[in-house]
Write a protein that binds this ligand. Structure first.
Ligand SMILES: *Cc1c(COP(=O)(O)O)cnc(C)c1O
Length: 383
């Protein structure tokens, strides 16, 4: 049964109860591969940790609660979670996704699953019409990422859900960038929510972990089967760290969003800046959709400085002192990235530039430090 808690309570208590053995308030790290049986098949509900682990189960219940879903599954990484979704499909099935997808997702689709007979279409999803153009009777999955990485395009989840209503097509949303605090796709009618919990959910840049949350029982059973049969599960220590991270998700996200709004406005006013991509601007092409499906505008933004090229963009990210130059996002510390050479290097230049990922683009994951220090750092790096 779904608990109807406010989000800020669900992050702390959702699906959680003190440990049955000793009443530990935080679920213990059950660092065990196997469980004693009294007689074959007679046990306390746990047989082998690929199939079940009490710490992972505590995390999965928390994940279901914060996304208002019935079932959740935790994996060894975000990509392992996506891998499980794709394994529900069969050769000949078609998938429609966005053309400015996370680089690792694009690589998984085109370098692995394409060879197993799945067909992928990449379209600009900020206009739902582009999806209709490639939709056909072989389409089985629509893979949405919103806001997109790193261009901060917003995809209208509800209009995609309405487009395929009544058809045998799953709508999956990669909710990594928004986090469950800002956006809850199952409530808008999506079938699957995926997270790289590595980012905002765990929130401290100390763990790699992925998650899937669904409502439908048959889909849940299939995913549970794949999770166990393929075995890309996360360990108990990582489950514990992610569960601990989720407990402060709402307060972290509030600060991420506040700081990002201030930095976006600072950059917009700067004479050195050519373009800022952030869905909170009224002039953002899908600002109104962002307002309707998101609680706030998130902790990510991208920008291009005037007259910058590959070299000068790299100089700027090298000069930053508080922002650390690193892959990833969503941790308490601010990070800067150069998508063309880092996260999006696996996407061919022609394809990535068509969607706006030019050589001069810089992406920021704004942390929860004092915003004045972050702005001072950006000022000195931009020059
Ligand atoms: C990081 C990321 C992933 C992949 O997750 P891992 O935990 O690194 O496997 C997928 N989608 C988005 C949007 C991401 O940022």
């Amino acid at each position: 049964m779904k608990e109807e808690l406010h989000f800020n309570t669900a992050t702390i208590h959702g699906g959680q109860s003190p440990d049955k053995a000793y009443g530990a308030v935080m679920p213990p790290i059950y660092q065990t591969s196997t469980y004693a049986q009294k007689s074959p098949g007679k046990h306390k509900g746990f047989e082998y940790s690929r199939t079940h682990n009490p710490t992972r189960e505590a995390l999965e219940k928390s994940l279901a609660s914060i996304e208002s879903g019935n079932f959740a599954f935790a994996f060894g990484s975000g990509l392992a979670a996506m891998d499980a979704v794709l394994k529900t499909l069969k050769p000949g099935d078609e998938i429609i996704s966005t053309d400015d997808l996370y680089g690792g997702s694009y690589r998984l689709f085109t370098k692995i699953f394409k060879d197993f007979g799945l067909k992928f279409h990449f379209v600009s999803m900020h206009d739902t019409k582009n999806i209709s153009n490639v939709l056909n009777d072989k389409t089985r999955l629509i893979w949405i990422e919103t806001p997109t990485n790193p261009m901060m395009n917003i995809i209208d989840i509800k209009s995609v859900v309405d487009l395929v209503k009544g058809k045998d097509i799953l709508v999956a949303v990669d909710n990594t960038f928004a986090s469950s605090y800002i956006q809850q796709p199952l409530k808008i009618g999506a079938d699957i929510v995926m997270h790289s919990a590595t980012k905002y959910l765990a929130g401290h840049s100390d763990v790699i972990l992925g998650a899937l949350i669904v409502n439908d029982k048959n889909l849940a059973e299939r995913l549970k089967f794949i999770q166990n049969a393929s075995g890309a599960v996360c360990g108990p220590m990582d489950s514990f760290l992610t569960l601990r991270g989720i407990k402060t998700l709402h307060v972290r996200m509030q600060r991420h969003c506040e700081n990002t709004a201030q930095i976006a406005n600072f950059l917009k006013e700067s004479t050195k800046i050519e373009k800022v991509y952030w869905p909170g601007f009224k002039f953002h092409p899908n600002h109104n959709i962002a307002r309707s499906q998101m609680k706030d505008f998130g902790g990510m933004l991208s920008f291009v400085t005037k007259g910058a090229d590959y070299k000068s963009a790299i100089k700027i990210v090298e000069k930053l002192k508080i922002f650390t130059l690193a892959e990833s996002l969503g941790g308490v510390e601010s990070l800067a990235g150069h998508p063309a050479s880092m996260t999006h290097a696996s996407i061919p230049k022609q394809i990535r530039e068509k969607s706006g990922v030019v050589d001069a683009l810089i992406r920021l994951s704004v942390g929860i430090e004092h915003v004045d220090d972050l702005i001072t750092d950006l000022k000195q790096a931009i020059g």
